[in-house]
Design a protein around this ligand. Sequence first.
Ligand SMILES: Cc1cc2nc3c(=O)[nH]c(=O)nc-3n(C[C@H](O)[C@H](O)[C@H](O)COP(=O)(O)OP(=O)(O)OC[C@H]3O[C@@H](n4cnc5c(N)ncnc54)[C@H](O)[C@@H]3O)c2cc1C
Length: 407
Amino acid sequence: MKKRVLIIGGGAAGLMAAIVAARKGARVTVLERESQVGKKLLATGNGRCNLSNRDQAFVHYRCEKPEFAAQALKAFGLTETLKFFQELGIEVKDKNGYLYPYSQQASAVADVLRMEALEQGVKLSCNARVESLGKKGGLFYVETPGWTYEGEALILACGSLAHGGSGDGYEYAERLGHRVIPALPALVQLKASREWPAQLAGIRMDARVRLLIEGELAAEDTGEVQFLAYGISGIPVFQVSRYGARALARRKSVEVRLHLLPSYSREETEELLSKRAECRGKRPAEAWLLGLFPEKLIPVLLKRGQIGKNRQAGTLTREELRQLAEVIEEFRVPIVGTNDYAQAQVCTGGVEVGQVDPETMESRLLPGLYFAGELLDVDGACGGYNLQWAWTSGSLAGRSAAGGKEA
Ligand SMILES: Cc1cc2nc3c(=O)[nH]c(=O)nc-3n(C[C@H](O)[C@H](O)[C@H](O)COP(=O)(O)OP(=O)(O)OC[C@H]3O[C@@H](n4cnc5c(N)ncnc54)[C@H](O)[C@@H]3O)c2cc1C
């Protein structure tokens, strides 16, 4: 008899697992609570789906045990992923290492996954509400209002709490005896303390973002930062946000320091300011910085540098210029929180990976149970790493659940 594989969650990881398991001869059923599978995929990469990245350095995968993700990626990585998608008809466009379907349509990725699953005989059961699940007499069962499904293997691929996710997978994993690291929003905006000048909202500028925990540098990234009425956003902020989220949950102090002229050293900034003071000495300080910084930012910089906005630039002392350079290089943003799950692209935390075999995604505690995707305690950086993790873990789980480690 064919092995029966049940998969809860028809997202990126669940669909990958379903296809791989079905190709290996299993009878696969995907239970999806939404009216269609692959819905979240449609929103990825601003509708273009950044499905992976040429740079596969393991540092882009964050996990309490980083070697877990590294081992899994060695078993099924970028090469295997590109081969898989090429076979499904997805030609890949490379934009500075960021990989997209050539058509730049996320819907194409969702469509080919769904079509291939159906062609491989996978049963896609949508609007399926799981009422209970467990393992009895060597068989997994999943009860929905209309039907009880049974299988020799069960893959949990329910995603996280991010972007309207159910978070049910955490509860299912716990019910089946697993420890879950509390999930927190990641790849998300950071909220500043009440003193934050809300008038900065709307500014977009390049900056280096350094996130400090208890005064120690924890993460940094450079790129376009967006100023919001309540804090900061933009890709470099997203990249460091998960470290802030985890530290705040441990009640540690978190601060971001923005370097507002990221390509300048301290000496170069001081030199630039003093040259501008020489050339435009008659101007009030407020007007003297126009053309270098967004207009809304200038009064805030001057206030933090303790320089009156009407001071003539030419009268600024060397010490005042040095102080202003410091403000520009270390623009402080005390962080008190992150935006909530609904705004986050992914979550940090999830099923503790020490309980999972990195080459098969099988539980070490309950044979026949597998995990895939964001439900696990692996979160990738922005740039295609979260989907790569879904393809990697989904493929390994599908292959092993169907019976066997080999591709
Ligand atoms: C706006 C946005 C843009 C993104 N862009 C990118 C990008 O360009 N590149 C990238 O790498 N990553 C991106 N991500 C992250 C990426 O989409 C996720 O990491 C990835 O989809 C996770 O795959 P998954 O299968 O684990 O979870 P999901 O894709 O969330 O799938 C989980 C599925 O399980 C279903 N489900 C949940 N609970 C139940 C239940 N109880 N019963 C049945 N079904 C259930 C859900 O409905 C869902 O279909 C983006 C995320 C967002 C929100």
